[in-house]
Structure formats: C-alpha cells, structure tokens
Ligand binder design. Structure first.
Ligand SMILES: Cc1cc2nc3c(=O)[nH]c(=O)nc-3n(C[C@H](O)[C@H](O)[C@H](O)COP(=O)(O)OP(=O)(O)OC[C@H]3O[C@@H](n4cnc5c(N)ncnc54)[C@H](O)[C@@H]3O)c2cc1C
Length: 489
C-alpha cells in the first residue's frame, strides 16, 4: 500500500511535465508508469484494440507504452494553438474551450523549454528568415505564412524523448517517486462516487502475464495515460458508477479526433522559380531553432468564411504533366507574367476535424493480460471536413493569382482520403466543459463530480485546432500544476 499526496498515472510528456512542475512543492508524488525505460512488446500488447469505420492506425501502433510515452517516436512538430481555436463558433458544433488562449500564455514558455524547441518564434519568425529568401507573396487575403518549430535545435538530431531526457531529473527530485512497470488497472471511488479512494495496480511477469498487484491511496490523482487510455481507464472503472467514472452523461470516449494529413491535395506553381527553402524543408537557424513554413487561414478568414483550422505544407517539388504545363503557360499569358522558370510543388495538409460525438472509443468484451477491457475505435470523417479545407485552398489559389506570383491546381477531392496519413494526435475523449452535460472535466481539468480526480493530456481538448497537440497539452498540464499547488497545499 502506497500513500502519496499525488498519484500521476502515466509517464508520457503530460505526466512527466506535471511531476517536474510540482517536484519542488511539499507534495509527495508517485508517478506510476506502465512501461520501463525501453520498448517491451509484452507491455505494448496491452494497447491493442479493434477498429471499425474509416481506416485508421492500429491502436497499438500509434502510441508507445513506456516511460516518455508516444514522444519515444514523435516527430517533434510544435505550434501553439490559435486564439480562435478556443472560441465557441456557431459553425463548429460543440466548439469552445471554457477559457481563452490567454489563460495558457503564461505556460507556453516553460512548455517550449520542456520540448527544447529553442527561442519562441512561431509567428514572429518572418524577420529571422528574411536573409534566406522571400516569403511567398500572398497579398491581403485569407491565408498567410505561419511557422512550425521543432522539438530539436540545430545541434540535436532527434526530438526530445521525454523518458530518456528527463529520467535523471525525475530520479533526482527527492519528493517524486517514479515507479516503472506499474500498471493502474482500476480507479476505485468512494461509495458516494465523490472521491477516488484508491487505485489498483499490477505488474506483468516476463511472459506478459499478470504478476504482482498493489494498492495506491493518494489524496489526489491525475490521469495522464494519453488520449485513448484516459478514456479506457475511466470507462473500465465502473464498479461504483456503472457507466464508468465521469460518464454519467455518456461522454467519455466520444468526440475522439486526430488531425488527418491528406497528401498531394494540390500543386502549387511558383512563377518566379524555386520557393524559399523553408517552405519545403526544416530550416535550422544560426541561433538554434529549427523552423518550417506552413500556410494557415487567418482568424478573420476562418470567421468570415466559416472554415476550420488547417496547416498546409509544401511537400516536394514535382514535375507537371502536359495539361499542367499548358495551364501554367496560359495563366501566365493571361496575367502578363513570365513563367519560364516556374517551379511546381505538391502540397499536403494537417487538418482540423469538427467535433463528432459518434467518432468514439468504447470498451469491448475482450481483455488484456491484466483484465482491462480492450478498446474499440469507431473512426469516421465527414465530407464537411474536406469541404471546409477545400475553401481554404481555393482562397490560397485566389491569392496567388491576385498577387500574380503563382497558381494552384487542386487535386480532385475524392482522391484526398485515398492518400491520407494521420497525426497520431489523440484528442477529445474526456472533453473539457463547464457544464457536466457537455464535458467530462471542468475548466480546472477536474472530473465533474469527483473532487480529487484530474485528467491531463489532449483528451481534454474540446475543440482541436490544426496545431500539433503536445506543446499545447504540456502548457495545459502546467496550468493544472498551478491549480494543484493551490488546492493541495
Ligand atoms: C508517430 C507519432 C508522431 C507524433 N508526432 C508528433 C509531433 O510531431 N508533434 C506533436 O505535437 N505530437 C506528435 N505526436 C503525438 C504525441 O506523441 C502525443 O501528443 C503525446 O505523446 C501525448 O502525451 P501524453 O503524455 O498525454 O500521452 P502518452 O505520450 O501516450 O503517454 C502516456 C503514458 O502513460 C502510460 N500508461 C498508459 N496506460 C497506463 C496505465 N494503465 N498505468 C500506468 N501508465 C500507463 C504509457 O506507458 C505512457 O508512457 C506523435 C505521436 C506519434 C505516435
């Protein structure tokens, strides 16, 4: 029996950031991590599940179950959410966070330091790249050049793997006990369902079967198992609340989302020749940060044309077919510009999905080695999601023509979904809302109705944006740390 002040379930970037943020407080912290320091196929099997609907990544392939979580194979792409991503918008059903982006601003610098992405540039990066080539001249319009930064600088080859990077810091923190190979198998509530009384935990033996069990009795629990597993543990912990913890309004597991990445959505032609290198490549600046340009709809365009977020990137130079070449020549003649050096590029995009309660995770009858029911994902995507992005691409095409610098050939929309990746961004399954009928956690990330249970990670995002989630979920977790400092002191 372990009796910490705070139990953090899950040692991914959310759990590790929270433990480090609270390490210098008076709280005794137990960080329970299912895996060890490295990949273990037996442990990973506990993530397996089934899927129906639109093809999606296998549930045990799109995440990793050991210290550091999915950052052990993440790409390190970072970008803060946009202010409009937090707003309730009448053309985006179920949209809106319970607070504006301003509430996260104070936490982004520390989040940026944890992901080791160098100085904060993002949409202030234009001046830093001026010497390397001009921005695509898009004039006044709905699409502008925005920026990703990467969780790595010019001196490091790989993004920050949170487990490897922070394991020593966790060990050094005298009030933090990282417990590896410790799987939480149930969250046990008091009979009135108002508090977590204890956690059941278990280890696997070397053959991947159940081994030892133990109990944790924390004052406060934070669930930080990732965007799918947070829902799974809440749904499976159903001895007191029959539909699962926090699921009195049938919301846990619903509203699952990811950022689809359709490839080759269009061909962009630059009449004057090659684009600046930062459009199609990662660019390491002399002072460290690594950047890449992306084409994003402005807030004003998103509002007036009622489109979702999207981040269009230049993928690679392409050779145009004869019809494409003819289109370039005739367009250049019509515009009165020289296109003899024209260069063409394929475009891809990280899209935002609209919230959909039927895109969801459910428990199945099948169980893992420790008796936890496995997940089934029902994946789907609406034609509207593609249609909204199509509007943004059309605007980009309009701007290129208006500025007489290039043109866009949009690939037939029916072909997008046949050539589509996913971001592996698991969002929305324990959504945040002040109203318990519309959200699983409140604005403090506390599970509605359960006083000492909180959720960290992108499962709480009620609306998703197109930005990659990790920088943002860390900022949100640091905000939770501040809240816990107040309530747990
Ligand atoms: C291939 C790939 C590329 C990606 N690229 C990017 C990118 O470029 N940019 C970006 O922002 N994001 C990216 N992501 C997403 C990013 O990795 C996640 O957003 C992030 O890791 C989520 O952090 P988390 O701490 O909430 O969850 P996780 O990273 O999933 O960590 C959860 C932790 O909880 C542990 N755990 C699970 N169940 C239990 C249990 N029952 N008991 C105890 N411990 C448990 C797991 O072992 C794991 O360590 C990528 C993901 C993948 C898979």
């Amino acid at each position: 029996m372990l009796e910490p002040d705070l139990a953090i379930i899950g040692g991914g970037p959310a759990g590790i950031s929270l433990a480090l943020a609270l390490a210098s407080t008076r709280l005794n912290i137990l960080l329970l991590e299912s895996g060890g320091l490295n990949f273990d196929p037996q442990n990973q099997k506990m993530y397996a599940g089934t899927e129906s609907g639109l093809g999606y990544i296998a549930l045990d392939a799109g995440r990793l179950r050991f210290l550091g979580g999915s950052t052990n194979h993440w790409g390190g792409w970072c970008r803060p959410l946009d202010a409009i991503d937090f707003e309730a918008r009448d053309w985006v059903p179920h949209s809106g966070w319970p607070f504006p982006k301003k509430a996260l601003e104070a936490y982004y610098p520390r989040a940026q330091a944890l992901v080791e992405a160098g100085p904060w540039l993002y949409d202030k990066a234009d001046a830093n790249v001026a010497a390397l080539g001009a921005l695509l001249p898009l004039g006044d319009g709905g699409v502008y050049t925005s920026w990703f930064q990467f969780s790595k600088t010019r001196d490091s080859e790989l993004p920050t793997y949170f487990g490897h990077r922070y394991q020593d810091e966790l060990k050094r923190a005298s009030r933090v006990t990282p417990l590896l190979n410790a799987n939480v198998t149930a969250i046990r509530l008091s009979p009135d369902a108002r508090r977590v009384e204890r956690l059941d935990a278990a280890t696997l033996d070397s053959q991947g079967g159940a081994d030892k069990t133990f109990t944790v009795k924390p004052r406060i629990t934070v669930l930080a198992c990732g965007g799918m597993e947070n829902a799974r543990l809440l749904l499976a912990s159903n001895d007191v609340m029959a539909k699962g913890i926090g699921n009195q309004n049938d919301l846990v597991g619903r509203f699952f989302a990811d950022n689809p990445i359709p490839r080759d959505v269009a061909t962009l032609v630059s009449f004057a020749g090659p684009l600046a290198p930062y459009y199609g490549n990662n660019l390491a600046l002399a002072n460290g940060p690594v950047l890449r340009a992306t084409l994003s709809p402005t807030h004003a365009f998103r509002r007036t044309r009622q489109v979702a977020g999207s981040l269009t990137t230049v993928e690679q130079p392409v050779e145009m077919d004869d019809t494409g070449k003819a289109a370039v020549i005739t367009t250049a003649i019509a515009l009165g510009v020289d296109a003899s050096n024209a260069k063409a590029y394929s475009l891809g995009c990280g899209m935002e999905l609209l919230p959909d309660p039927e895109r969801r995770l459910r428990l199945t009858g099948e169980k893992d080695a420790l008796g936890l029911p496995r997940l089934q994902l029902t994946m789907r995507m609406a034609e509207t999601d593609f249609a909204l992005y199509h509007d943004t691409l059309r605007e980009l095409g309009r701007q290129l023509l208006a500025s007489r610098t290039g043109m866009l050939r949009i690939t037939r929309r029916e072909n997008w979904s046949g050539n589509m990746d996913w971001g592996n961004h698991h969002l929305g399954t324990t959504r945040m809302h002040d109203d318990p009928k519309q959200g699983v956690v409140n604005a403090d990330s506390q599970v509605h109705g359960v006083g000492n249970l909180y959720v960290a990670g992108s499962s709480v995002f009620p609306t998703y944006g197109a930005s990659n989630p990790t920088l943002n979920l860390i900022a949100l977790t640091l905000r939770l740390a501040d809240h816990l400092k107040k309530v747990a002191a």
